[in-house]
Design a protein around this ligand. Structure first.
Ligand SMILES: *[C@@H]1O[C@H](CO)[C@@H](O)[C@H](O)[C@H]1NC(C)=O
Length: 196
């Protein structure tokens, strides 16, 4: 049968379960997970006669629910587990193929501060090494639109920094930086303080 493509994202450190068929163990002839990660490719399989293989050797395993469905268990999701998980399951009467793209959601490290730039004050707000990219906004407008710098690291983490040049009549104590990221249910609010 044709492959089904799926995109999924989970929080860093969570235990995840990937399913590629709802057939139960009694009907399964075999299941193979072919896993393409940044640093390695490996396979984990379940075969009806119990001769499954595991070339990943990193804690991933095929497990069974109480109702007999088989799924791939990935404990403690890390950036190393990001990749393409291709599953083929063959059962009595058919087969199913899934291509599941697994992403990890990692919260950025936040900081905010004020700096003198000539005779102006600039507010900076930084969301460091998160994924996906964080969204930064300000409680007040500045003398112009904030300048946003985004840096993508080779390992997939993104740092975003917003610079806001303050208007002369804005009292910096009232200024806050608002950061939104998929990892958090609620936005984070930071008060930038003057740095020497
Ligand atoms: C999960 O992985 C992280 C980093 O790889 C490690 O520091 C942490 O102890 C692990 N947690 C569990 C519950 O195994």
């Amino acid at each position: 049968s044709a492959s089904v493509n799926r995109d999924v994202a989970f929080n860093l450190g969570t235990n995840i379960n990937l399913t590629c068929t709802n057939k139960t163990r009694a009907d399964i002839v075999f299941i193979i997970w072919e896993i393409h990660l940044k640093n390695k490719n490996c396979k984990i399989s379940f075969v009806n006669d119990n001769s499954g293989i595991d070339s990943c050797k990193d804690g991933k395993s095929i497990q069974k629910t109480s109702t007999g469905q088989l799924y791939l268990h990935v404990p403690n999701l890390s950036a190393d587990d990001v990749g393409l998980y291709k599953c083929e399951s063959v059962y009595n009467g058919g087969n199913e193929n899934y291509n599941i793209k697994v992403a990890v959601t990692v919260p950025p490290v936040l900081s905010a501060w004020l700096e003198w730039k000539g005779n102006k004050i600039v507010a900076l707000c930084r969301a460091e090494r998160g994924t996906p990219v964080a969204n930064i906004s300000w409680s007040y407008g500045g003398s112009s639109e904030p300048a946003v710098k985004t840096q993508l690291d080779p390992d997939g983490f993104v740092t975003v920094e917003s610079h806001l040049e303050l208007l002369e009549d804005v009292c910096p104590e009232e200024l806050t930086c608002i950061v939104q990221h998929r990892f958090w249910d609620q936005e984070k609010i930071l008060v930038p303080e003057l740095r020497e």
